[in-house]
Ligand binder design. Structure first.
Ligand SMILES: O=P(O)(O)OC[C@H]1O[C@H](O[C@H]2O[C@H](CO)[C@@H](O)[C@H](O)[C@H]2O)[C@H](O)[C@@H](O)[C@@H]1O
Length: 372
């Protein structure tokens, strides 16, 4: 974190996201990603387009590694920064009574991100498991409030990890939403298809990036190939998007891995890159993100009237910012950022880690049980 006088904010600023073309709500019209500009005959590289900076700030630094101009900040300094940041993003646990007061006679709807929110961040994405306690807390809230998981992972994968049938699931950053067939009456769009869930029940799937599946498969294979000699690199196929992990790549090779991904994307102007926590996420250039998924679910469940609905979205990642923005701008409810370090956010409130998320969910359940 740059804490030089010129940039004295105690906040870990997220880099400006790549340009995102905004289209109409239910459109899947594809716009080309802006082609890298040439500078003196050379295509822009990952240093000049900001990718490398974004990668370097893509996950909370460990406490002792938060750097000042003059060296490392000790943990007292980090604590001070964290507590002053909390004035802007108060604890959702400590603000619980405010949330409940605002909920008053409204219907509460819960949206949950998965990685970093329900499961702690770990080195191996295949081992990011929820605790038994967390699963019971999520099951508890789902008993009383409509609850959806909105994840960057594929819908099947996140369902496998969460394992609760009573939830709504949106995978691939909201580009793959499953919802009950009975809830189609209130929606008006073209990108949903009828299907059956794992129990054979009739459901609807909303998949606005369906036509990209072959391209994503192809790009996934290319990315696996071009990163296979980079130790620690790992590529996941999420069906509607693909993710290149560099958490386990030596930081000396971050430039290399970013350049390889960048070079692949030059041939795919219909795909764009977003930054997650030590992961480069490649996705179609359509006007769809976790924020749109929240709007879609609220609308499809008949819950988009903010006069009688209070939505709560809990997430830790840059991709969750789209959802926080939708809640803030639509006056729909509270975005809650999960972070143990100061970060600029569109959320209203914060929780430090997954343990606090679990406590918050349990508080909602206890409150509901006392006010049935
Ligand atoms: O939207 P989310 O549910 O938060 O998913 C975002 C990404 O989460 C996973 O990666 C992150 O968690 C991993 C396990 O803790 C960690 O190893 C990785 O560094 C994080 O970026 C998932 O593997 C990605 O594909 C998701 O896009």
């Amino acid at each position: 974190m740059d804490l030089s006088p010129a940039n004295a904010s105690p906040v870990l600023a997220d880099p400006v996201p790549m340009n995102q073309t905004r289209l109409g709500f239910h459109s899947s019209v594809v716009f080309p990603r802006s082609i890298p500009k040439k500078k003196s005959g050379k295509v822009d590289d990952v240093r000049s387009n900001g990718w490398l900076d974004a990668m370097q700030s893509s996950s909370p630094p460990r406490r002792r590694m938060v750097k000042d101009v003059g060296g490392e900040l000790d943990s007292d300094d980090s604590d001070r920064l964290y507590y002053s940041w909390k004035l802007k993003y108060p604890s959702a646990l400590k603000s619980f009574h405010h949330i409940i007061n605002r909920a008053n006679n409204k219907k509460i709807v819960i949206f949950l991100d998965y990685d970093g929110t329900l499961s702690p961040i770990v080195d191996d994405p295949n081992r990011a498991f929820m605790s038994v306690d967390m699963r019971s807390a999520v099951k508890g809230v789902a008993k009383y409030f409509p609850t959806a998981i909105i994840s960057g992972r594929s819908r099947d994968k996140v369902y496998e990890l969460v394992g609760l049938t009573e939830l709504f699931y949106a995978g691939s950053h909201g580009m793959d939403i499953m919802f009950p067939a009975k809830d189609t009456m209130s929606i008006n769009h073209t990108h949903y298809i009828r299907s059956t869930d794992k129990k054979g029940k009739e459901v609807n799937l909303f998949q606005p990036a369906r036509e990209f599946i072959p391209m994503i498969n192809k790009v996934f294979r290319i990315l696996v190939d071009v990163t296979k000699d980079i130790q620690g690199a790992f590529v996941e196929n999420h069906k509607f998007c693909t993710a290149v992990h560099y958490r386990n790549v030596d930081d000396k090779n971050w430039l290399l891995i970013a350049q390889r991904v960048h070079d692949v994307l030059k041939d795919y102007p219909c795909l764009r890159l977003t930054h997650g926590r030590k992961v480069l996420e490649v996705r179609p250039v359509i006007d769809w993100d976790k924020g749109k998924a929240v709007e879609f679910l609220l609308q499809s469940l008949g819950l988009s009237n903010s006069d009688n609905v209070l939505a709560i979205y809990i997430g830790d990642d840059r991709t969750d910012e789209d959802a926080f923005k939708v809640l803030r701008e639509g006056n729909h409810g509270y975005g809650i950022l999960v972070s143990s370090v100061p970060k600029e956010s569109k959320a209203f409130l914060s929780l430090r880690d997954t343990l606090e998320v679990k406590d918050f969910l349990k508080s909602l359940v206890s409150w509901k049980e006392q006010h049935k």
